[in-house]
Design a protein. Structure first.
Length: 158
């Protein structure tokens, strides 16, 4: 798992718990700037990781090209939450539509500017989660994506 903050406990703990339930060891490394992404992937490979989870973070949101290049250079399958990264060459993404998330946040700001108390506004969960897969990347890595996963995907590129 590559994350921006080395001590981002909630994300790390959630991923560690999921890995433990599946009997998968989760290694953690971090990148605090775009230039650190390549080194983080190299460290993951050197430590024996078989794939990389890229944490949802503002740094990584705009680093799709760096992430895809580092993943390709290190021959590491990678998954994150940003669907636009799949077009750059990451293997897959699974998460909410970030553009929709920002639109929903704007409606909250509008309500607050109009006098609503933030504590009175309901907490909302994402309405849809999307799965995007880059078939060209899978092929380059020698991975066979199960047909059931391809059928479940919202979009398969390449």
């Amino acid at each position: 798992m590559i994350q921006n903050h080395p001590l981002d406990f909630p994300k790390t703990q959630n991923v560690q718990a999921a890995g433990k339930a599946l009997n998968i060891s989760i290694l953690s490394t971090h990148a605090s700037a775009s230039n650190d992404i390549e080194q983080a992937f190299a460290a993951a490979r050197r430590d024996g990781a078989g794939a990389v989870i890229v944490a949802g973070d503002a740094l990584f949101a705009g680093s799709g090209q760096h992430i895809a290049a580092a993943a390709a250079n290190n021959r590491m399958p990678s998954i994150g939450i940003y669907r636009d990264h799949v077009a750059w060459g990451t293997l897959m993404s699974y998460g909410q539509n970030i553009a929709e998330f920002h639109r929903r946040a704007a409606t909250y700001v509008d309500k607050i500017f109009k006098g609503a108390k933030p504590g009175d506004l309901p907490v909302e969960q994402p309405m849809t989660i999307g799965l995007f897969i880059n078939g060209k990347t899978a092929k380059a890595l020698g991975l066979a994506i199960p047909r059931s996963l391809l059928i479940s995907a919202d979009k398969v590129i390449g």
